[in-house]
Design a protein around this ligand. Structure first.
Ligand SMILES: [Zn+2]
Length: 479
């Protein structure tokens, strides 16, 4: 009988907080694209005789993230020195949190496409500073300290994921959550969200944790899915061939889709942690913790489920409308302001607003067309004052001009002709031009009604109210 294997995956993520300044100095936190070593000061470049000053915004954002992960916010946490030598670490140590971090426990529920849910527990959640970057150019190693001191939250999961697919879904939901609560831009390509994966295999049904390998440098969700799948297959093949899985670090090469062996792993004891003597303990009062916890917005999955229950949306629509918080807010505000059914508002957003956003490369919060204007357009269409086609065209006109929909309708004469006298005169003109069709209709060929409506539409450039036109035509022709 063939052995069945279970894949065991734990993820280690580094989340760059979107604070204004770095964690221990007043340099800008985000220096993406800046010239190397232009966003540094004596503190973050590790000159002797300087003291770090803790950025309160970083503490607030890390605590909010802990709350969103259902972790306990630690009322007193400490910073520690993690000692190691590397050219991108000018102090020779990294300031991080070791045994008393800001968050304790917590979990993220991962919702798989098949409807199942996997609860992934958090083993560690702490604040730390980022290191710099090195690169090899023309045979020389160059160092850029711009990234030194950027605030990070490191978050490590328990080994509770069981495929590349599940790991990818965890990252997808984590990225959505980080943006939702506004603590990180979570752009993986820019390194705002970095992920390493620990991968091992075991016989299905077993609970032992076998030797794991660590995969680094996966900078997209697709890379994570592929690299974990590939590494698990390699380990299974090795075990089947009677070999042992050895503990080492692998480097993912996205260009070739392959893994390369880097080095054997250090263990925690190699770092000789001790309390950072230059920083006070981080204290959060009961009131502050309560305030942070209560400031947490309704989270994406809960909001999606509420959209389905409260507005009778399909799971598909609710999923897309809650993909970003600004889009979900936009939807609910439009529903509140419009007299149309929520499903109608959802259709307008799913079909037309998302297309407009996509064409313009804007998020919902960046649009000039606000929920009030979208609600007005939907109501104009629903009440028969403008045609659906005019309504769709109005979205772009409002976005481009910033004018009110009703103003544009009046100025450009876009309103449907619902005025009875005006419609009657248009109908009279059509009937007098088509005596034989009128005779045929009166002889019983009532299917010509649609043709008459079409002629009135043509004469009015599509602006006749179709429902009212049909009613008046029947009244006149049946006399
Ligand atoms: Zn600095």
């Amino acid at each position: 009988m063939m052995t069945q294997y279970e894949i065991v995956v734990g993820l280690e993520t580094h989340i760059q907080l979107n604070t204004e300044t770095k964690i221990f100095c007043s340099c800008k936190a985000d220096s993406w694209g800046a010239e190397p070593n232009t966003n540094i000061c004596p503190v973050c470049s590790g000159l002797p005789g300087v003291l770090p000053v803790l950025n309160a915004e970083a503490v607030q954002k890390a605590a909010l993230l802990a709350a969103a992960m259902h972790a306990e916010i630690n009322p007193v946490s400490y910073f520690d020195r993690k000692n190691y030598f590397y050219p991108d670490l000018p102090k020779g140590y990294q300031i991080t949190q070791f045994d008393e971090p800001i968050g304790k426990g917590g979990y993220l529920d991962v919702h798989m496409p098949d409807g199942s849910t996997r609860r992934v527990h958090i083993h560690k959640l702490h604040l730390e500073e980022d290191a710099g970057k090195t690169k090899i150019e023309a045979g020389r190693r160059l160092v850029d300290f711009n990234r030194c001191g950027v605030p990070l939250v490191e978050m490590v999961t328990e080994p509770e994921l069981h495929s590349g697919e599940e790991a990818a879904q965890y990252l997808t939901e984590l990225r959505q959550l980080l943006r939702w609560i506004g603590v990180s831009e979570a752009d993986m390509e820019r390194g705002h969200l970095r992920c390493d994966a620990n991968v091992s295999i075991r016989e299905a049904g077993s609970t032992v944790l076998n030797t794991k390998t660590e995969i680094k440098n996966m900078n997209s969700i697709e890379s994570i899915r592929q690299a974990i799948t590939l590494e698990a297959q390699r380990q299974i093949a090795a075990v089947e061939a009677g070999e042992r899985v050895e503990s080492y670090t692998l480097d993912w090469d996205a260009d070739t889709g392959t893994l390369r062996k880097m080095r054997s792993k250090e263990t925690e004891a190699d770092y000789r942690y001790f309390r950072e003597p230059d920083l006070l303990p981080v204290k959060l009062s009961e009131e502050e913790i309560a305030r942070i916890e209560s400031s947490l917005p309704e989270l994406p999955y809960a909001r999606k489920m509420r959209f389905i229950a409260e507005y009778q949306l399909s799971a598909y629509d609710a999923d897309i409308l809650t993909s970003e918080r600004s889009l979900a807010d936009y939807f609910e505000e439009t529903v509140r302001l419009s007299s149309a059914a929520p499903k109608t508002v959802s259709n307008w957003m799913m079909n037309d607003l998302l297309r407009l956003m996509n064409d313009l490369g804007k998020s919902a919060s960046e649009l000039r067309l606000r929920p009030a204007e979208l609600a007005e357009i939907i109501d104009l269409v629903e009440s028969g004052k403008i045609s659906p086609a005019t309504g769709k065209a109005l979205l772009r006109k409002v976005e481009e001009s910033g004018r009110k929909p009703s103003e544009i309708v009046t100025a450009e004469g876009l309103g449907l002709i619902g005025d009875e006298d005006a419609l009657r005169s248009q109908i009279a003109a059509v009937l007098s031009e088509s005596p034989s069709e009128v005779a045929n209709f009166k002889a019983g060929k009532e299917s010509l009604l649609g043709w008459f409506v079409g002629q009135v539409m043509r004469r009015t450039g599509g602006k006749a109210d179709p429902k009212r036109t049909r009613e008046l035509l029947l009244e006149i022709l049946r006399k």
